[in-house]
Design a protein around this ligand. Structure first.
Ligand SMILES: [Zn+2]
Length: 201
């Protein structure tokens, strides 16, 4: 695999959160964006991704997968938002997750990645639905964690990204310190200085 291609690091810390984050924009998830997500999370290899990208969005298999992916993404966003607000999770939001879990048969397997062993889902071939299996599984695990899940929304109100707080102090506030954290610090600094300037004689 060429190392020149660098992928953005996972902000969400969980596959389902990263997937919900790719569904953040108002425009519907496109075929290309979905494939890029699958590549960046190593669900498919770059070779497989390139092959999938040759399928036009109007291809029936691609269209069906994209529809399921959009449904899953929007359902996960609703579920995670409800979990954050400690609200009830509607069963119609759970259905798109179960739909994927139901249709994807396979098994878990240990796979060596970056000198560590990870449990990965190996699907029985057939259709493209299996491409969403790991996302659905990750979402299901997070939902099943319930109130103890350290699910957070970035403290920048303009951001909207979800993440899993794996920090030792459990007080992580930003999706990324480099992006939102810094922006907030800069804004606070500017406010303080504007105030100081106003108060100056
Ligand atoms: Zn953010």
């Amino acid at each position: 695999m060429p190392s020149a291609v660098s992928y953005p690091p996972s902000v969400g810390g969980r596959l389902s959160l990263d997937f919900a984050n790719t569904n953040l924009t108002k425009t519907d998830l496109s075929w290309e964006r979905l494939i890029r997500f699958l590549e960046s999370t190593r669900i498919v290899s770059q070779e497989r991704g390139a092959h999938l990208l040759t399928l036009p969005q109007s291809d029936p298999q691609a269209e069906a997968l994209l529809l399921k992916a959009r449904r899953l993404g929007s359902a996960l966003r609703k579920v995670f938002a409800a979990m954050l607000r400690k609200q009830r999770i509607a069963s119609e939001w759970i259905e798109p997750v179960n739909e994927i879990l139901r249709i994807t048969e396979g098994h878990d397997e240990l796979v060596g990645r970056d000198s560590a062993w990870k449990i990965e889902f190996v699907a029985r071939e057939g259709g493209l639905d299996w491409l969403l299996a790991a996302v659905a599984r990750s979402g299901a695990e997070l939902i099943a964690e319930g109130a103890s899940a350290r699910l957070r929304l970035c403290a920048n109100p303009q951001c909207g990204l979800f993440f899993y707080d794996n920090s030792r102090t459990r007080r992580r506030r930003w999706c990324s310190m480099a992006v939102c954290g810094n922006r907030s610090k800069v804004a606070a600094f500017a406010r303080k200085h504007a105030l100081a300037a106003r108060n100056a004689p």
